[in-house]
Design a protein around this ligand. Structure first.
Ligand code: TRP
Length: 456
């Protein structure tokens, strides 16, 4: 089997970093991170999250980059080439399935962001708390559920339109504009929010740890958050790494992306918590935090005009962040199917889009029709759980095993040093292999077991 069939590359180094950072930075950072931080105590959770992001995250990211660039092809072939055995191809199949399933439920939340952007523009998110609450309940209740389905589908289609334009013209170009814009917007919002009266309580919540509240659950949440946030375990990064240039420094890339990811998450925290504390909203409000409380925060904390513009900025930012992430999920399937079925990106992308539109619609419907789903949960929750509890840990574990134990040291070193372009000191290399061979698989194994057997 000829493996190097990629004709696609990111044109520039900065484009590669921004595209990959765009995949990492998403609703995970701006929606999920503040939610989980709020529920797990604040500063101490952030410190533990930082630890996992740096040690587990950067190392696992590098293993995916190694497999991806070595394969110079879609994940199916990349895994087969790295493992030198056809059975590793199963990882490619899991990847396309997992990427498409994540895209299906993620597009529902992304759809809410589009709807809220529309509401922000028309002034519909500002108002009494009852009004804000009834808007959100209607969106996921029977009444407006068809709007919810339609915008999820709409979001998948926008993603499709960008992805089928190709790696440079579609993915890289979109990321080059969107990621810097997103960071600038977040800084502006963060400054506005932390200059509110009483904002210091939010900053204290974010930066003053209290380790007496840490439990095993805090560790598990921090690890899962690092996984999801860095797009690990679904071969998304394998796919993107196959577009890296031969001289890209994999270690440096991984570190830079992890730093961007953490900075964005903390900026999101700085935007949300000071404003929430300033108006007396509890930080542990849960998944609805940004849809229920943020409009309320904007209404109460700022003047009506500032609230109006800031809410538009905020939801626009969420849409951008979601889009750079959905692009990366869609790309896994598009690249794999177009290469394996020897068809154009448009045809392959259409297949992925059709699948995700159907699954996305079912996920959205499952809010008002809870019988769509198994084991007493909605399909939305089922897909969220099965991908984050099963697929992602398996993907990350297998990739660490592959790089640490199966691939030849020479091949791994060729990727790590980009063909002897970059030197690695002995202690750094030793640490890297120790993390890949032992620490990461063991930690991931623990999350996997704890997740499956000890949480519901
Ligand atoms: N990392 C993204 C976020 O934080 C989500 C994401 C994008 C993702 N691509 C992925 C998650 C692939 C898992 C796998 O929102």
């Amino acid at each position: 089997m000829k493996a190097d069939i990629n004709k696609n590359f990111f044109a520039t180094q900065i484009g590669s970093i921004l595209a990959t950072a765009g995949s990492a930075v998403g609703l995970g950072n701006i929606w999920r991170f503040p939610t989980v931080t709020g529920q797990n105590g604040g500063a101490e959770f952030i410190l533990i999250y930082l630890f996992f992001n740096v040690f587990l995250g950067v190392t696992c990211m590098m293993t995916e980059f190694i497999v991806g660039r070595n394969g110079a092809s879609n994940p199916l072939r990349a895994y087969i080439k790295a493992g030198n055995n056809k059975s590793w191809g199963i990882m490619g199949i899991l990847a396309i399935l997992c990427g498409s399933l994540i895209l299906s439920f993620y597009s529902v939340v992304a759809g809410w962001c589009v709807y809220y952007l529309y509401l922000a523009i028309t002034g519909g998110v500002l108002g009494s708390f009852d009004h804000i609450q009834s808007t959100f309940s209607a969106l996921i209740g029977e009444k407006d559920i068809y709007i919810c389905c339609a915008i999820s589908v709409f979001f998948v289609i926008i993603t499709h339109v960008i992805v089928v334009q190709g790696v440079q013209k579609g993915i890289e170009r979109a990321a080059k504009y969107m990621v810097p814009m997103l960071i600038l917007l977040l800084i502006a919002l963060g400054v506005a929010s932390s200059s509110l009266p009483g904002a210091w309580r939010g900053l204290e919540f974010l930066f003053k740890p209290d380790f007496s509240k840490v439990t095993m659950h805090t560790f598990y949440e921090a690890m899962s958050m690092a996984f999801f946030s860095l797009s690990l375990g679904t071969a998304c990064l394998v796919t993107y790494a196959s577009y890296f240039r031969k001289d890209a420094n994999i270690g440096k890339f991984a570190l830079q992306i992890s730093i961007i990811d953490v900075v964005v998450a903390i900026l999101a925290g700085i935007t949300i918590f000071p404003a929430a504390f300033s108006v007396g909203v509890e930080p542990d409000a849960g998944p609805s935090l940004i849809f229920l409380t943020i409009p309320n925060v904007f209404t109460q904390a700022f003047s009506p005009t500032a609230g109006y513009y800031l809410s538009i900025l905020f939801y626009f930012l969420l849409v951008l962040a979601a889009l750079t992430s959905t692009i990366s999920m869609h790309e896994i399937g598009t690249s794999l199917l177009s290469q394996e079925m020897k068809t154009s990106r448009t045809v392959a992308g259409t297949l992925v889009t059709i699948f995700c539109c159907i699954m996305g619609t079912l996920c959205a419907l499952s809010f008002s029709h809870p019988n769509i789903g198994v084991m007493g949960s909605t399909l939305f929750d089922n897909l969220d759980s099965v991908t984050s509890k099963v697929f992602m840990p398996i993907g990350a574990f297998a990739t660490c095993m592959l790089v640490g134990w199966v691939m030849s040291r020479k091949t791994v070193m060729r990727q790590l040093t980009s063909n002897n372009r970059y030197a690695w000191s002995r202690p750094t290399l030793r640490t890297f292999f120790f993390l890949v061979k032992f620490v990461c698989p063991i930690l991931i194994g623990i999350i996997f077991v704890v997740n499956i057997f000890f949480t519901n």
